[in-house]
Design a protein. Structure first.
Length: 117
């Protein structure tokens, strides 16, 4: 059974930075992590969950327009971990952040990011 555990969120002032981590566990999925595209999603209060950034198995990335130039997604296949470096945070980035493989996996608890103005 795959488990996704997100961490690294917190309270930060506008303009600040955070680095989120997502660790994927499960003996079966571990064998396939390196060939699985992964993404970071976020859900703000009263809004639908949206894809923020994604990375393919080969390291190709794409970003939502709202975070381009500020966020960077990366992965460490040896650690079955995906990262999201977030710089230049704004209050509009406040949300619970999740990782997933295109929604194919059970969602984790997420990690709360709160940006104060």
């Amino acid at each position: 059974q795959v488990q996704l555990v997100e961490s690294g969120g917190g309270l930060v002032q506008a303009g600040g930075s955070l680095r989120l981590s997502c660790a994927a566990s499960g003996s079966f999925f571990s064998r396939f992590f390196s060939i699985t595209s992964m993404g970071w999603y976020r859900q703000a209060p009263g809004k639908q969950r949206e894809l923020v950034a994604a990375i393919t198995s080969g390291g190709k990335t794409n970003y939502a327009d709202s975070v381009k130039g500020r966020f960077t997604i990366s992965r460490d296949n040896a650690q079955n971990t995906v990262y999201l470096q977030m710089n230049g945070l704004t209050p509009e980035d406040t949300a619970v952040y999740y990782c997933n493989a295109d929604g194919a996996l059970a969602w984790g608890q997420g990690t709360q990011v709160t940006v104060s103005s």
